[in-house]
Design a protein around this ligand. Structure first.
Ligand code: DGI
Ligand code: FE
Ligand code: FE
Length: 201
């Protein structure tokens, strides 16, 4: 495992972000570390993924679209209409291009941190969950429960977040990305299957 100069990465990111986003970033970084301890994942790698997950977040939406076009990053119609979603794909690209990250697991975790996807890796799950529960988050009603669940069973926490995110998006007028639905359906089947098996035993 490569030894990352975390300080240098933090300094660069601080310049690319407003203070609120930077504080969120640090929160995600430390929450990723805590989850890595719980689930026996490489702590430094988890911190690195958490630190970089929103590296493209503060780029204006018009520029996000332009950068994706320039670098041949494929966009869905939903992403074109909702360019904020692109900060995940663009972030994965910038992590490689600007931050010199070559680790595929880190890149995947950045790429999938907003919508999730079916069959996520442990690091994908750690970053997705940490992004939702980090200490500065305060909007979602279910946070105390999900924070606890994250350290008991990360798959249950993931499913709960996916399902509550879809409920939240359904209530508003937000357009839902196909990948968000696919991720939800995959984990619904998985979690419901597990619950049924537990009843049979
Ligand atoms: O970048 P952050 O704000 O830290 O977090 P994020 O990248 O997970 O983005 C969070 C927002 O993305 C949250 O309000 C839910 C929203 N989101 C997730 N999936 C979809 C979505 N928004 C839309 N419109 N469509 C989706 O499919
Ligand atoms: Fe994000
Ligand atoms: Fe985030």
């Amino acid at each position: 495992m490569k030894n990352y100069d975390m300080k240098a990465y933090q300094k660069k990111l601080k310049h690319e972000m407003d203070d609120g986003r930077y504080q969120h970033t640090l929160g995600v970084m430390y929450t990723c570390a805590a989850l890595a301890m719980r689930y026996e994942y490489d702590i430094q790698k988890a911190q690195m993924a958490g630190l970089l997950h929103d590296c493209a977040k503060c780029i204006p939406n018009g520029k996000k679209l332009k950068l994706c076009e320039k670098h041949n990053i494929q966009m869905t119609e939903t992403e074109r209409r909702n360019p904020f979603l692109l900060h995940a794909k663009l972030g994965a690209f910038l992590a490689m291009d600007q931050y010199g990250i070559t680790d595929k697991e880190i890149i995947s975790a950045i790429l999938n941190h907003t919508t999730g996807k079916p069959n996520m890796s442990l690091l994908d799950k750690i970053v997705y969950v940490a992004d939702y529960i980090e200490p500065k988050r305060n909007k979602a009603e279910n946070l105390p429960e999900v924070r606890k669940l994250a350290f008991i069973d990360i798959n249950q926490a993931l499913y709960r977040i996916l399902s509550d995110t879809l409920k939240y998006l359904d209530k508003g007028s937000s357009e839902i990305d196909e990948m968000t639905v696919k991720a939800y359906e995959y984990y619904r089947e998985k979690q419901e299957g597990l619950a049924e098996n537990a009843q049979l035993e």
